[in-house]
Design a binder for this molecule. Structure first.
Ligand SMILES: CC(C)(COP(=O)(O)OP(=O)(O)OC[C@H]1O[C@@H](n2cnc3c(N)ncnc32)[C@H](O)[C@@H]1OP(=O)(O)O)[C@@H](O)C(=O)NCCC(=O)NCCS
Length: 196
């Protein structure tokens, strides 16, 4: 996915979440938004993947030019990864992770999206979260999921749509759609209703 729709979706998220006092969408909102590590982290991880996939397209192709294109794209992917990691709070994302639109990173500090994890749309994620490997497998996260700080979601698990994962929770089994889970290991603590 390009950064155009990422920009639009994050702009919406950022505007509603943070830009209090600005009644109308305007320059100040854009200015604050562009300076935000939240925005930068979410856009840079897209570019990291784009360069990585471009480099992979040239794998196995012979010839000097193909090797140069492959290496330059690989280098750019690594460069973007390091810039994101260093300047946006230690966010470490695998270029193979498939991340859907409307990702909203509240605090890009110590967040990992590992290996081939799959993230659908509208994920809200807080600091210190690990979406990572267990027994060589990676999670699939549904739409409209909210993962609170310090949670670990590991291995071949499906996190259902509209669910919430509490702070410091360890998820190693599937999470039912529309539920709140918490604890180590995660247990359902309530079902989400229309009232929240
Ligand atoms: C998971 C969460 C959203 C649930 O909120 P809630 O639905 O209002 O639930 P409650 O606070 O009423 O707690 C219900 C029960 O679950 C337990 N519980 C809640 N969150 C828990 C957690 N993260 N880990 C373990 N147990 C938890 C409570 O102790 C309570 O147990 P009890 O009934 O035996 O007393 C919330 O507790 C949470 O973890 N929020 C994260 C906040 C956060 O990360 N803030 C930083 C953001 S920057």
């Amino acid at each position: 996915m390009g950064s155009g729709s990422e920009c639009k979706s994050l702009l919406q998220a950022f505007y509603y979440d943070e830009v209090d006092g600005i009644k109308k969408f305007g320059f100040e909102a854009i200015f604050r938004f562009l300076l935000s590590p939240r925005y930068q982290a979410a856009v840079l991880l897209r570019w990291q993947r784009i360069f990585y996939l471009r480099s992979n397209k040239y794998l196995g192709k012979k010839g000097k030019i193909n090797a140069h294109v492959r290496n330059i794209n690989y280098f750019l992917s690594q460069l973007v990864h390091r810039i994101n990691f260093t300047f946006n709070g230690g966010i470490d994302v695998s270029p193979l992770a498939q991340i859907g639109r409307y990702l909203f990173i509240t605090s890009p500090a110590g967040i990992t999206f590992g290996g081939t994890c799959v993230i659908s749309e509208h994920l809200i994620i807080h600091q210190g979260v690990n979406i990572g490997e267990r027994n060589g497998k990676f999670p699939t996260i549904g739409n409209n999921v909210h993962v609170y700080s310090g949670a670990h979601v590991l291995g071949d698990v499906n996190v259902g749509d509209n669910s919430m994962i509490g702070a410091m929770t360890l998820v190693i089994k599937d999470v039912d759609p529309g539920t709140v889970v918490a604890g180590i290991p995660a247990k359902t603590i309530r079902v989400i209703t229309d009232k929240g």
